[in-house]
Design a protein around this ligand. Sequence first.
Ligand code: GLN
Length: 462
Amino acid sequence: MKCVEEAIERAVKHRHLNCLITETFQLALDQASEAQKKGLKPFPVIVKDCFAVKNVPMTCSSKMLLNYSVPYTATVVKRLVKSGGCIIGKSNLDEFSMGSSSLRGYFGPVKSGFSHKESLDDDWVVAGGSSGGSAVGVQLGMATVALGSDTGGSARNPAAFNGVFGFKPTYGLLSRNGLVPLTNSLDAPSIIAKSADDCKTYLDVMKGHDPFDSTTVDSQRCIANAKQSLKGLVIGIPQEYFNDVLSPTVLRALNSSALELEKAGCTIKEVSMKHTEQSIVCYHILGECDVASNMGRYDGVSYGFRKLNETSLDAMYTASRNRSLNKVVKNRIIAGNYFLLKENRKKYYDAAVRLRRLIAGDFKRAFSPDGEGVHALLTPVTSDSAESYKHWKKERFQRDWVDDFYTQPANMAGVPALSVPVGFCKKKRPVGVQLISNLFEDDLCLSIGKELYRLMGEPQIE
Ligand code: GLN
């Protein structure tokens, strides 16, 4: 009970950072006493505001869903609560999870806990995204575990910016029932926590088949190959991930990580993943097509915001959507509809689907004993540590898209990927690296991440 009360105190203390859209403190306290009655140990949880929690508003940080409450609870949330989880609140995000900064939500930006007090009003440190509220919340101790969603990096990116672990499990291991879809075949409910062990604990609590999501898989398919020692493991470094925008800071973090892994008995091997560069384009085509279709449900009739006093049904649809969705969301809907036009479909969508197979093939080859035979890949997770808001703006929000280069290939292939905090840059902001392993080798990924974190000991990177 005490840890839940303390988490609530911290949430109140850090309200100015805008992590939570909806606070559910009373719900958390009720759940804590329920848990205690059942002999469970309560723990504080934050849920990204694109997951359903019964009778609690779910906004996706959009004006469109401002007054929307959900009649049921997402499977992953249910499973957390059943094991003692107490929901402190619903966290802030980029509108409908589109973005990598948590600057783009209807409720205003999430500010990082690494921001300086003096510059909190106009030049805070960007939280990363889209699950920025979840990552900042965990970093500041408002929750032991937070749910994020990761379609192209949305849990791993803010985890890296805030010095916590962000884990996207194998596609289908965690149920998407009750998660608002962005790109159905890429979306993975994800875990943000302060240790790899915590990620593992809560993964075990939530994973497995769910009759409400036909894409879930039985947890028995997971390979129990967590390693106590790293001796004899082969870690691949794909050369194609080292692109022009990668900062010296992250490069140094990767070098020291590789060195430490080598000292611990790993073999470091350079590998090639030929389709990496095309992956981001492919990600956007497939993503935008799904967005065009998924966002069709927001018409002002079945859900959400409705613009009144329009002169026709069409005018009402148009005005409702136009007035309530942000520019990023609208652009993606338009792009998706363009890619799906009868005359364009072959050229874009069908080509992207085929390319996706080749991208997944790169991973398969890397992990196969007949291919490169690596146990895990070590890559950047972001191009640099977090930036200040002014800098972000000066670069015209480019950073919102460039960092996806490193994270979305794992979603394209469905493989598990972990953002591991490995140190701090000169500005005293966290730096992370990414570990990716083969399908269903989630345990292995987390155990390597745990060791890497221990070996690195959070040093100053530069
Ligand atoms: N930044 C990526 C995008 O905007 C990833 C989003 C996500 O993972 N939800 O598409």
